[in-house]
Design a binder for this molecule. Structure first.
Ligand SMILES: [Zn+2]
Ligand SMILES: [Zn+2]
Length: 172
């Protein structure tokens, strides 16, 4: 669905969508959509602004990424309300320099508006945690033998073991 600023001048646009996996490109080979993306909300012009679009609503989707530590699939459910703003790219608007760091999430659009799928992708990327792990306690892959330590403990000792500790052991 395309959010057209000309139509928003007449009335807000409501949307309810269900987007199957594969339709949105997340631009990240380690990130996948695992099931339908459901979103509902409203796009409207910000009163008194120069064609600034406000998109708000609720999004729900099961995402999946390669775990940062062990590379196994990590389930990342996204379930959140959101509000995103889009300004037209225009010289008289001052460009990105005007956007303060404490402002709400602000994007830009070129031409007549913004594609809803791009808005949803943006929100999903914002909602995902910085660290994508299969579980908080993931032990990751052994740097010595390459084994997934969640499945089986190996007896490898990392080269970087603490020398002082080794010295204590010698005393015993
Ligand atoms: Zn993991
Ligand atoms: Zn090992």
């Amino acid at each position: 669905m395309f959010i057209d600023v000309r139509e928003l001048e007449l009335r807000p646009a409501e949307f309810t969508v269900e987007i199957p996996p594969g339709e949105i490109d997340y631009l990240d080979a380690k990130l996948r959509q695992n099931g339908p993306l459901k979103a509902a909300g409203k796009a409207e012009l910000v009163l008194g602004s120069l064609e600034e679009i406000r998109v708000s609503g609720h999004i729900s989707v099961q995402m999946e990424a390669d775990c940062d530590r062990c590379l196994e699939p990590a389930a990342l459910p996204v379930e959140s309300d959101f509000v995103l703003y889009y300004r037209p790219v225009a010289e008289d608007y001052g460009g990105e320099a005007e956007v303060g760091s404490d402002e709400a999430e602000m994007g830009f659009y070129e031409g007549d508006g913004v594609e809803l799928n791009d808005v949803l992708r943006e929100q999903i990327l914002l909602a995902l945690p910085m660290q994508r792990v299969c579980q908080e306690s993931c032990k990751g892959i052994c740097p010595v033998c390459g084994q997934n330590r969640n499945l089986k403990d190996c007896d490898c000792h990392a080269e970087t073991s603490d020398d002082r500790w080794a010295a204590l052991k010698m005393l015993k």
